[in-house]
Design a protein around this ligand. Sequence first.
Ligand code: S3P
Length: 200
Amino acid sequence: MPARARKKLRAKDGETRYFRAVTGTRSIHNLTLIGFMGSGKSSVGRLTAEALRFTFLDTDTVIEARAGMTISDIFARQGEAAFRQWERKIVEELAHRTKTVIATGGGLPADPANLASLKGHSLVVCLWASPETIHRRVSGHSHRPLLNEPHPLEQIRRLLQVREPCYRQADVLVNTELRSIREVATQVVHQYHLAQAAHP
Ligand code: S3P
């Protein structure tokens, strides 16, 4: 690793964590955003892709186009298991991509095989928000079948608790609570440049 990159990596705690997470065996040519529904993956992903001059890809959008129906319809007609199969298939295909910012569905990294595959070519960044913030961000939107529940906040807390260990396996964790979408994107781009400096 060049001395300049080493120095940068020691500069802040978050960066030190990154240094430990990304080993010398990694090959990083994409950037993947993981995190719960409403954490801002798609909005941040678009800005990040623009800044890096990468292609932006949203796994949910790809699945909807391939299946010829909305995520809600896939859940209603074929069930969640069929949707998870779609996710696995798309993740496998992503291994061939370069210079792509990938925004994933909130449940996609809960399958360890998906996360392992993504780490094979991407810096994996998790966007984090509290259950209350997520609830505020997703209320008024009905396109997420898992949250069409009488008590969505309880469902968010329950799912987040189950998924937290998966999200924590990201290379970098960015708290989105007190940051605008643009500030989060700037932070993500910065982390990607650090990763590139470490793995030229
Ligand atoms: C899901 C998240 C959704 C979508 C589907 C299931 C989940 O994507 O993939 O409704 O299991 O958390 P977003 O995280 O983009 O909302």
